[in-house]
Design a binder for this molecule. Structure first.
Ligand SMILES: [Zn+2]
Ligand SMILES: [Zn+2]
Length: 745
């Protein structure tokens, strides 16, 4: 490869020189841009999408900015002669990548220790072609009438006069005529051909009236958010209020402000596939569906949306975290709904926390940010305490349902009967609920039938052959499965340890086993399981949610799928079957998660009916359980914040987590020991190297650094890891770095 990396070879772009060159960033895991020659008479600017040669391939890159040069910078003296540079082949007519997005790509790469090119790839994802939008022929009525008019011709003409240019097939279909009738009208010059883009335009959202009249508190909050948008400055506001307080209506007002000013806005939601309810609500308010951006989009929808965003035609995008990398030319507002949600963390590829990156994205565009939540994240609360973010608190709507009662069931004094997973008070509560014709919901965050199978004779446990984990029994598929690597096998008849037949027993419940118990106890009840195994795809999920909403289901048994974004208005009783597994994890966020879960479940249930939440636990006196029972969100969060401050954990310190994996246990440990030594002299506590569970036949170990300032650590680590890369490749070792990790397992 003759193209070189990141060394300035030419002057500023456009200046007259013998060979002009520009840095071009490629969507490949490379650290910086490479220089390419600009052949005459081509003119390119930073942000332009260009086609460049790379070995035998051609690919799309983006003209990047030259790094600023200091006065002592030797500049042009460095590097190979410019004539050796490969030339840019073409510039695409697409709108240039906005400078705000280019700065964002640089920032994310620097912060997450990722290659700039890998981050750029996310900004070009789904862009299969950047050629001019393809056109197709359409026809409009406009020429002289045909000499002979028939009823069929008249119908076609009538349809052609109604609306924009239409294809032959479309006209024939609508008029109920044959294609030959349409073709005859084209021949006679009555229908005139015009070129129309293949991609239909997006409907324009129009600010309508709110569903319900806004309360005084909502009006006050809306005005404050409208001002933040109008200020055209970077700002972050937390919109804090219980479920049902009307947060969505308030940030819809901020979206109206953006529409009135003609700018663009992005609404980020967790788990986009699960938000049909949200889209319906948006449509009611704005008269059309918003543009969407998530992994379920088809290729052509993706291309259509990307283009329309780049051209500024799409005003509002509702999307998953990857929507942060769309090329908005005029972004004024970013809303992050359910900002505490864990699914905002991207865990593979470039590892980033979309809520935090949304704030950075807005800062690059001088835009306003709204974070909405009923249980704000501690990171956000710490930023409010430090005066960096604003906070708007919305009280519950007057006349809104009262918060459901939350009670703990102490499993020490009231254990379930043998072979059952539901304690007597919970069984009684479900009995009552079903008897009165209302819906109940049981939450258990464990997929499958049973999390463990062991031998009664020898104690052998069925584990995954490639991972250090137990196999989960799935009755639906009548197989054992590893939830880490996807390994599946039929259940063996005999114990692999001692050979005894019929000695294997399943231990503990998953949702399938809970459903089995429920079927026995309540044979009349209509039971639905809401888990990723039982529900395939967004359409099936929506059908099931509709059934639940229409009262066609009496008892819902679900995994974390139920705790996310859905409202179960008719659910009068919600129960957490096992509140303790979460807290048992060796993770400093465990209590926060348990608290959020109980609080969310309380928010999800009983919009109409008086709600009741029961929590089965061996630790009824723990902080998350007692405070969730009192709906003491502020008290819990304040205490948790204090505890984190004392322990020096996030959000007061950052964590940088490096995981190295390899074929044997020694390799990862050695690499991390060396890495740890290389960080000598820098601020922060080092924890490890510590071994982790073996997954996918690879041993793993981690080093954790706790620091107030992750930048110098990250920079040093990037250098050390890139120096160690050749040796690691030779030994089959891979490293991944996660700045601000969400989980430590
Ligand atoms: Zn055995
Ligand atoms: Zn496995």
């Amino acid at each position: 490869m003759t193209a070189r990396k990141g060394v300035p070879t030419g002057g500023p772009i456009g200046e007259e020189e013998k060979v002009r060159s520009v840095p071009v960033l490629l969507p490949l895991p490379l650290q910086g841009p490479y220089d390419y020659a600009v052949p005459d008479p081509l003119m390119v600017e930073p942000g332009d999408h260009v086609r460049i040669p790379l070995g035998p391939r051609e690919l799309v890159g983006v003209v990047w900015d030259r790094p600023a040069q200091g006065p002592d910078d030797p500049g042009e003296e460095m590097g190979a002669p410019p004539q050796k540079l490969k030339p840019i082949l073409a510039r695409y007519p697409a709108p240039p990548m906005p400078v705000a997005l280019r700065r964002f790509v640089d920032w994310v790469a620097g912060y997450t220790l990722s290659a700039q090119g890998s981050v750029l790839r996310m900004a070009l994802r789904g862009v299969d072609t950047l050629e001019t939008p393809r056109m197709r022929a359409g026809y409009i009525a406009g020429g002289p009438l045909p000499e002979r008019m028939t009823p069929a011709r008249a119908r076609v003409l009538e349809v052609a006069l109604d609306g924009p240019a239409q294809s032959i097939t479309h006209l024939a279909e609508r008029a109920g005529a044959g294609a030959s009738v349409v073709k005859a009208l084209i021949e006679s010059g009555t229908l005139l051909p015009v070129a129309v883009p293949v991609d239909p335009p997006f409907a324009e959202p129009v600010p309508g009236a709110p569903e319900l009249p806004l309360t005084d508190a909502q009006i006050e909050a809306s005005e404050s958010l409208r001002e933040s948008v109008a200020a055209r400055r970077f700002s972050v506001t937390l919109l804090d209020g219980v479920t049902g307080a009307g947060k969505t209506e308030v940030y819809f007002e901020a979206l109206c402000q953006v529409l009135e000013e003609g700018g663009q806005a992005l609404v980020l939601l967790p788990e986009i596939a699960l938000t049909v309810q949200f889209l319906d609500r948006f449509e009611t308010r704005f008269g059309c569906r918003p543009a969407e951006w998530h992994s379920d989009l088809s290729h052509s929808e993706r291309r259509r949306t990307w283009r329309a965003v780049a051209r500024g035609e799409v005003k509002i995008v509702v999307g998953a975290r990857s929507a942060l990398f769309l090329p908005f030319p005029d972004l004024r507002l970013v809303v992050v709904d359910e900002e505490h949600d864990r699914s905002f963390k991207q865990e593979d590829g470039v590892i980033y926390q979309a809520r935090d990156m949304a704030v950075v994205r807005a800062r690059c565009s001088d835009a306003a940010v709204v974070l909405a939540s009923a249980t704000p994240s501690l990171e956000t609360l710490a930023n409010i305490d430090a005066g960096r973010y604003h906070r708007l608190v919305l009280p519950a709507r007057p006349g809104a349902r009262t918060l459901p009662s939350v009670e703990a069931i102490d499993l020490r004094s009231m254990p379930p009967e043998r072979g059952s997973w539901l304690a007597p008070p919970l069984v009684a509560a479900v009995n009552e609920t079903l008897a009165s014709g209302e819906q109940a919901l049981l939450f258990l965050n464990r997929r499958g039938y049973a999390p463990l199978t062991l031998c009664r004779m020898c104690g052998h446990r069925l584990g995954c052959p490639s991972c250090q984990t137990w196999l989960v029994t799935h009755r639906f598929r009548s197989r054992l499965a590893c939830h880490h690597c996807g390994y599946e096998a039929p259940a063996p008849k005999a114990c692999p340890g001692c050979g005894t037949e019929g000695a294997l027993v399943t231990c503990g419940p998953g949702v399938e086993r809970l459903a089995e118990e429920a079927e026995k106890r309540w044979p009349e009840a209509r039971i639905a399981i809401l888990s990723s195994d039982a529900v395939e795809g967004p359409a099936a999920l929506q059908a099931l949610l509709d059934d639940i909403a229409e009262g066609a289901v009496d008892l819902v048994i679900g995994t974390q799928m139920v705790a996310k974004g859905h409202h179960f208005e008719g659910v009068a009783l919600a129960a957490v079957v096992d509140a303790d597994t979460g807290m048992a994890l060796p993770d400093f966020r465990a209590e926060e998660r348990t608290f959020q879960l109980v609080t969310q479940l309380a928010g999800r249930s009983g919009r109409d009916a008086p709600g009741r939440v029961l929590v089965q636990t061996y630790q009824p006196d723990s902080r998350p359980v007692t405070l969730a029972a009192r709906h003491a969100v502020d008290e819990f969060l304040a205490g948790e914040l204090e505890r984190r401050r004392e322990l020096g954990y996030p959000p007061f310190h950052h964590l940088v987590r490096v995981v190295v994996s390899g074929p044997g246990a020694d390799g990862p440990k050695a690499v991390l020991t060396e890495l740890r030594a290389g960080l000598e002299g820098l601020d922060g506590d080092r924890l490890g190297p510590a071994p982790l569970l073996r997954l996918r036949n690879r041993s793993r170990a981690q080093l954790l650094v706790k620091t107030a300032n992750p930048r110098p650590i990250a920079a040093r680590m990037a250098r050390l890891l890139s120096a160690a890369a050749p040796a690691m490749r030779r030994d089959g070792l891979t490293a991944s770095v996660d700045v601000d990790p969400q989980s430590l397992s």
